[in-house]
Design a protein. Structure first.
Ligand SMILES: *[C@@H]1O[C@H](CO)[C@@H](O)[C@H](O)[C@H]1NC(C)=O
Ligand SMILES: *[C@@H]1O[C@H](CO)[C@@H](O)[C@H](O)[C@H]1NC(C)=O
Ligand SMILES: *[C@@H]1O[C@H](CO)[C@@H](O)[C@H](O)[C@H]1NC(C)=O
Ligand SMILES: *[C@@H]1O[C@H](CO)[C@@H](O)[C@H](O)[C@H]1NC(C)=O
Ligand SMILES: *[C@@H]1O[C@H](CO)[C@@H](O)[C@H](O)[C@H]1NC(C)=O
Ligand SMILES: *[C@@H]1O[C@H](CO)[C@@H](O)[C@H](O)[C@H]1NC(C)=O
Ligand SMILES: *[C@@H]1O[C@H](CO)[C@@H](O)[C@H](O)[C@H]1NC(C)=O
Length: 676
């Protein structure tokens, strides 16, 4: 139940009626409404069911309230009543039926204020047994029988079904509780007929039990169609067939009867009492002929199988050779493989080629036509003919093949001496399959067959010298009866991998001195472009990098310094991608001529100074010996002091720096002198 509605209504209706006293307005509230099904929600048929709607309304005042009730079954309104009584509303369902099954609820309306009850489902079970009746028990074929099926006391929406030997024959929907149908039987025999029904209750339907069974005895109608075919056996193509379709034992007027003569789906003839048909038999006419009699809805049929023997078979058109090129001789043969030798001699069959104006000419042998192949596709057919019968072959389309065009030989990718590379051979035109052959001078290397349009002929080859590249040629062939076509010679650039790297120094190593301009020449053998790099051992970065079209390049050091002494080498790389490195060369930078001269001069000066000092010392010693009685110690001290007082740079150089250089310079000088 919904929330309690607290509705206060003030009625002033009488206020507008002049001359009357004003009634006390009635205030009310609908407290609750409930629906109950009595005696039960699940009942068997024939139970007296009551739907009870109980509303609890509180009101003030004496005036009775006008209550409108509505009962719903499955959301459809089934009952309404307006009353001023406060008693429960009763909706009687006397002797309930299956069709009363459904969901019920009720609604109350007082002066526009409404309340709806809960819903309750009533289920009624049990259908009455259907009663079946027919108006005749004995009929002849085609005669009408009226059959009636009743569902006693049932209500609602009912479907009736009629069965012949448990096979459903008619269905009828009615809104009453009985149905009547007309039945006809088109063949003789005893028929057992019965019925049943279903009652629709949303959303299902309930099926009744089966009715009683009624039997109908159907008697044969003594009228028969007769089909006659002459001749009946040993029919050959070209034979005349006479067919008639007639009636035997007809007690009826011929107007009432219709005859149809047909073969398969083709109606050959029709009429009332007799139908004739005449035809020339063909092999395709083998099959069933039917003579059909229709009278009212009685149908009687007579059939006969006819088997027509072929005089000769459908010709086949064949071509030889199987593959032809434009202009080739070709031969088309039209032949009927089988023939009925008891009726026909092979020579009686004549052959014709179509189109008649074709360029082919008949040879002496029957059915053989020859001529030149055309440039384009052409359709031919032929016919075989004997005893007025013509049979045509299927279409033969002659598709001349396209001769292969001169193939093009080309390289796929780079060619590097000593490494495998690919050669492609391709003709722009030519029917597939095409055989491509690769030749080297006159030697066969390989053959490949291209069968599909996107296939390519690619050969893998290795050469040892760059000039070998022009020895390759390829050949394309798609016609066994003609020579293949040769391509031009293969042309392309060949990369020779680098070898024999050599680093040479100019001027020669022995002559290098400080300040010289030298060339470090890196030379290799192989194909340009070449990238050269010069390195000095101990330094990761190249000193110099250059790419050239020459196989020998220089790196120059314009003015050598003593720091340039070291070990050098070069590297080179080309398209073949093989890196080569030269043997290394050690450069020792000698001192420059003028430096040596200066050092020699300086050394000589030092020697001269030393000599001078010695001389002075000697002289002083001698003087001292003559002047004092003197001791050695004093003279020594003096000498040491006087040496120490020499200019600092001279003493340093002589002791640390100049001395080895001097030695070297002197040695060198001496060497030079000795050489000279
Ligand atoms: C109405 O009455 C029924 C049965 O007495 C009860 O179950 C229900 O709760 C009531 N509803 C309201 C809104 O009081
Ligand atoms: C049902 O009501 C009818 C009258 O409407 C009465 O004749 C019959 O006896 C009742 N059936 C039962 C089972 O009470
Ligand atoms: C049918 O055939 C019969 C002989 O069998 C012939 O007399 C009659 O004229 C034919 N009728 C037709 C309509 O061809
Ligand atoms: C040949 O016949 C085929 C049908 O069988 C047809 O599709 C085709 O166009 C014909 N060709 C020519 C060249 O007439
Ligand atoms: C010919 O070519 C095929 C495919 O490229 C290859 O497998 C075969 O070894 C080649 N034959 C010769 C003799 O080179
Ligand atoms: C192509 O080569 C295959 C196999 O080598 C051979 O059978 C065929 O006859 C050749 N076809 C032509 C047109 O040369
Ligand atoms: C080879 O091809 C180059 C261009 O790619 C062309 O200049 C040269 O003439 C060709 N040589 C031959 C022999 O065909």
């Amino acid at each position: 139940m919904g929330p309690v509605l607290l509705l206060i209504s003030t009625l002033l209706s009488s206020y507008f009626h002049s001359g009357r006293t004003i009634d006390v307005p009635t205030t009310f509230t609908i407290r609750n409404i409930t629906l109950a099904i009595e005696p039960n929600t699940d009942v068997i048929r024939d139970t007296n069911v009551t739907v009870r709607c109980k509303a609890i309304v509180s009101s003030s005042g004496e005036q009775p309230l006008s209550r409108s009730y509505t009962i719903y079954k499955d959301s459809y309104e089934v009952y309404t009543k307006t009353t001023s009584s406060s008693e429960d509303l009763l909706y009687p369902l006397p002797q309930a039926r299956v069709s009363n099954t459904g969901k019920y609820k009720c609604k109350i309306d007082i002066e526009g204020r409404q309340m709806v009850s809960n819903s309750k489902k009533l289920t009624v079970t049990g259908l009455s047994r259907p009663m079946f009746h027919i108006n005749k028990g004995v009929v002849t074929e085609g005669e009408e029988v009226t059959a009636r099926c009743a569902a006693p006391q049932e209500t609602g929406s009912i479907f009736f079904y009629f069965y012949e030997d448990s096979k459903e024959i008619v269905e009828e929907r009615v809104s009453s509780n009985q149905a009547e149908v007309k039945l006809r039987f088109s063949s003789a025999g005893i028929r057992r007929i019965h019925c049943d029904y279903t009652v629709l209750i949303t959303p299902d339907s309930i099926k009744s039990s089966e009715s009683n069974i009624a039997t109908v005895s159907v008697k044969e109608l003594f009228i028969t169609p007769v089909l006659e075919i002459f001749p009946e056996y040993n029919i050959y193509e070209g034979d005349r067939l006479d067919i008639s379709c007639t009636i035997r034992n007809s007690p009826y007027s011929s107007q009432a009867v219709n005859l149809f003569l047909s073969q398969g789906t083709q109606l050959l003839s029709n009429g009332n009492s007799k139908v004739n048909y005449s035809m020339i038999a063909l092999a395709k006419d083998s099959g069933e002929f039917e003579c059909r009699l229709e009278m009212g809805n009685v149908v009687k049929v007579a059939t006969k199988m006819v088997s027509v023997t072929e005089l000769f078979s459908v010709p086949t058109l064949t071509m030889s050779p199987a593959e032809v090129f434009p202009g080739d001789d070709m031969r088309l043969t039209c032949r009927s493989e089988n023939h009925a030798s008891e009726r026909l001699h092979r020579d009686e069959v004549t052959y014709t080629i179509y189109p008649l104006e074709s360029h082919l000419s008949a040879s002496r042998q029957a059915g053989v036509f020859s001529g030149k192949t055309l440039l384009y596709d052409f359709n031919y057919t032929c016919t075989a003919q004997a005893k007025g019968i013509v049979k045509r072959s299927r279409i033969l389309t002659v598709r001349p093949k396209v001769s292969v065009s001169q193939p093009k030989i080309s390289l796929l990718g780079k060619v590097i001496v000593g490494r495998p590379f690919e050669i492609r051979c391709q003709s722009d035109r030519g029917s597939l399959p095409i055989n491509y052959t690769l030749w080297r001078k006159n030697n066969w290397l390989n053959t490949t067959t291209v069968k599909l349009p996107d296939e390519q002929a690619v050969f893998t080859i290795t050469i040892q010298r760059s000039d070998e590249i022009s020895q390759f040629m390829c050949e394309a062939q798609n016609n066994l009866h003609a020579n293949g076509i040769l391509s031009k010679s293969l042309n392309g650039t060949v990369t020779v991998p680098l070898s024999d790297p050599k680093l040479t120094v100019n001027p020669s190593l022995a002559d290098i001195a400080e300040g010289d301009h030298i060339h470090l020449n890196c030379a290799i053998r192989g194909t340009w472009p070449v990238t050269f790099k010069w390195y000095r051992t101990g330094i990761a970065q190249p000193l110099y990098t250059t790419t050239s079209k020459q196989t020998s390049m220089d790196f120059q050091i314009p003015s050598l310094g003593s720091q340039d002494s070291g070990t050098y080498y070069c590297e080179a790389i080309n398209d073949a991608n093989n890196l080569v490195r030269s043997p290394s060369v050690t450069i020792e930078v000698h001192m420059a001529m003028w430096k040596k001269a200066v050092i020699v001069a300086a050394c000589l000066l030092v020697v001269a100074v030393l000599v001078l000092l010695l001389v002075l010392r000697f002289k002083a010693k001698r003087d001292a010996a003559s002047r004092y009685d003197g001791t050695e110690g004093r003279v020594t001290n003096w000498t040491r002091d006087s040496v120490a007082s020499l200019p600092a740079d001279i003493s340093n150089r002589s002791s640390y720096s100049i001395q080895p250089q001097c030695r070297e310079a002197l040695q060198w000088e001496g060497h030079e002198i000795i050489k000279q």
